[in-house]
Design a protein around this ligand. Structure first.
Ligand SMILES: [Zn+2]
Ligand SMILES: [Zn+2]
Ligand SMILES: [Zn+2]
Ligand SMILES: [Zn+2]
Length: 397
């Protein structure tokens, strides 16, 4: 019997020789496209040249179906463990990473805990008065030894930046992100995407690989990865793909994605429908992420920022931070100013609900009647937040 090529392997016959599938002839689908079947590896090899074009086209379609069809919901790691609401991206600005329990708690819940007069971790109640970064890192290491992906990712970031008393070691950071990604950290996948795109830590520059990491994270709802894909596609001139990514990211609450699609619409690179969908989705996301405590936190500028993030944040959302607060957190002599602020704050002040009192360089409205606001909160949260500035997740092609 001769093995003649057939036009299509659809149904139950080998795409190369036409042999019918049976109990003895097991046909296997082409893994990449799922379009055709083969009776043997030899037949698949023989058919490759003929099949290549259709296979490539269909596998790209399949890839896009999942890429744009999945990841429209927030992943588990995007939710605050206390109020159970999704945290607004960028999460580094809107939440704090607790080194004691490696949980990310939203600014609203952090401020509410402090407003009740507690300086403990809002989630696990561990005292947060660490003597130094060393003890904070030691706690995270303990979790990392137990294979917690968030802890390993966190350590990776600290090695990347060389902060928290750790010596900068980018290859080590890449190693840790790889381990964290394998254990399920989407943030680590995002960081790895950037590492491959930019050839960090001894990696070769590999755009395809970088995209693959971001796509995997975006399929699971990672908002930053989705935004990065949009930006990268835009830089490559693929406007439609960029717009589709930005729409999804905007629906996950990414303000910069909404801004990006707005600009695209103005230039005629995105349709009115796409912009309208992004805007509506973004507004719905904001509504879903809203809470009283978060609004109070935003109003008083409760978050810690470095010089760069403070600027980028105030540029993008002026309601988030007051200039006085920016002065404390950023620029030359910031640590001295924070220290001075702490020294002055020996006794906590009490204010009745709805009234403001002077809290050093900022006015803070006490949201709960008769409760105590410790002024030391400013410094505590600055020192224990995960520094978001210059984050390896951010896109750079
Ligand atoms: Zn065959
Ligand atoms: Zn195929
Ligand atoms: Zn919360
Ligand atoms: Zn904790």
């Amino acid at each position: 019997m001769s093995c003649t090529a057939v036009a299509s392997g659809s149904g139950d016959s080998c795409a190369n020789c036409g042999k019918q599938g049976s109990d003895t002839v097991k046909l296997k689908k082409c893994n990449a496209c799922q379009l055709v079947k083969y009776c043997s590896v030899e037949c698949q090899k023989a058919h490759r040249k003929q099949h290549k074009k259709a296979c490539k086209k269909r596998s790209a379609e399949l890839r896009d179906e999942t890429l744009f069809g999945q990841g429209h919901d927030w992943p588990e790691e995007a939710f605050c463990p206390i109020c159970t609401l999704p945290i607004q991206p960028p999460m580094g600005y809107h939440s704090k990473f607790m080194t004691c329990c490696v949980k990310r708690v939203c600014n609203g819940c952090c401020l509410a805990t402090q407003t009740r007069g507690s300086n403990d971790c809002p989630f696990c109640r561990t005292s947060t008065d660490f003597p130094d970064y060393k003890s904070a890192i030691a706690m995270v290491r303990k979790r990392a030894e137990k294979k917690d992906p968030s802890a390993i990712h966190f350590l990776g970031d600290k090695y990347f930046f060389g902060n928290y008393g750790l010596k900068k070691d980018v290859p080590r950071a890449v190693e840790m992100w790889t381990e964290a990604a394998e254990l399920g950290s989407l943030k680590a996948l995002c960081a790895l995407g950037n590492a491959h795109l930019n050839g960090l830590g001894g990696l070769a520059i590999d755009r395809a690989k970088g995209f693959e990491f971001w796509e995997t994270a975006a399929r699971k709802g990672h908002a930053d990865s989705r935004h990065n894909l949009g930006t990268s596609e835009l830089q490559l001139g693929n406007c439609d793909r960029a717009a589709r990514h930005f729409v999804i990211a905007a629906k996950l609450g990414v303000k910069v994605s909404l801004d990006a699609i707005k600009d695209m619409f103005k230039r005629g690179d995105a349709t009115k429908d796409q912009y309208a969908e992004a805007l509506k989705g973004y507004q719905a996301a904001m509504e879903e992420m809203k809470s009283h405590d978060r609004e109070v936190a935003a109003r008083v500028g409760f978050a810690g920022y470095s010089k760069r993030t403070a600027k980028s944040l105030t540029d993008s959302d002026p309601s988030m931070q007051t200039s006085a607060l920016r002065k404390i957190f950023s620029g030359h002599g910031a640590s001295k100013r924070r220290k001075k602020l702490n020294e002055k704050q020996t006794s906590p002040k009490v204010a009745p609900a709805g009234q403001t009192f002077d809290c050093g360089p900022r006015k803070i409205q006490n949201p709960v009647q008769g409760t105590t606001v410790k002024k030391t909160s400013v410094s505590w949260f600055v020192d224990h937040l995960e520094i978001a500035c210059n984050h390896p997740s951010s896109v750079q092609l």
